[in-house]
Design a protein around this ligand. Structure first.
Ligand SMILES: C[S@@+](CC[C@H](N)C(=O)[O-])C[C@H]1O[C@@H](n2cnc3c(N)ncnc32)[C@H](O)[C@@H]1O
Length: 207
């Protein structure tokens, strides 16, 4: 639904943090129309190569290969896309990640945040077990099962984050929550603040 917040605007400048193959920028540009500029940042060169070939609807596409925490991104973006990225940063560095978002956003700019909020190691294990059990047999493969279990137990490339931690940090940095939508699970299996969320945050002013 992020396109609803952006569809009135022209000449959008968008930064996609930890963009992977760039599919989120692609989808958003298809919804809201040609971006003036998109800046795609990822540490994985192979993902960026795929992103480069994808048909993101933008007048200018800038690829930045490297650690988002060290990236020098000078722009006045209307929106930062951060989908399943913030939790890749250890807790002690999450403040720096938020500072990077602020650095590139113009005041009033939007943070489009997709996250899996998991407060503890135990809930993380349960969450991925439930996810694995929920995926229909026809869609499950050995490699997907292995990946999900590896993700559940990972402490070197996935650091997990609770909704409380993320919300406290963003509010402290002058963001206002415009919308928070839980995507999965839709059952009552876990608490209301646990699972996959999509959120829209607005940067009020730069502090
Ligand atoms: C779960 S994927 C999400 C990709 C994309 N945002 C999406 O929603 O499809 C996490 C991405 O973060 C990238 N990544 C992890 N740590 C990073 C860092 N410190 N700096 C830049 N990119 C990073 C990975 O290479 C990967 O593409």
């Amino acid at each position: 639904s992020s396109d609803l917040y952006l569809s009135e605007k022209k000449d959008l400048v968008v930064a996609d943090f930890c963009c992977g193959t760039g599919k989120n920028s692609l989808l958003l540009s298809e919804k809201v129309g040609t971006f003036k500029k998109v800046i795609l940042v990822d540490i994985n060169e192979r993902f960026l190569e795929i992103a480069k070939k994808s048909k993101i609807n933008a007048k200018e596409v800038v690829l930045v290969k490297g650690d988002i925490l060290k990236a020098d991104l000078t722009c006045e973006a209307d929106a930062v896309i951060s989908l399943f990225a913030y939790h890749h940063v250890p807790d002690r560095a999450k403040g720096l990640y938020v500072k990077k978002v602020i650095e590139v956003l113009k005041p009033g700019g939007l943070l489009l945040l997709g996250e899996i909020y998991l407060p503890t190691k135990e809930i993380t294990s349960e969450y991925y077990k439930y996810l694995t059990d929920t995926i229909p047999d026809g869609d499950m493969s050995d490699s997907l099962r292995t990946f999900l279990l590896q993700t559940a137990e990972s402490s070197d490339f996935e650091f997990k984050v609770s909704q409380d931690f993320a919300h406290t940090q963003l509010k402290k940095n002058n963001f206002t929550l415009l919308e928070s939508k839980k995507i999965w699970p839709t059952t009552k299996k876990f608490g209301d603040d646990i699972g996959m969320f999509f959120e829209v945050w607005k940067l009020n002013t730069k502090v």
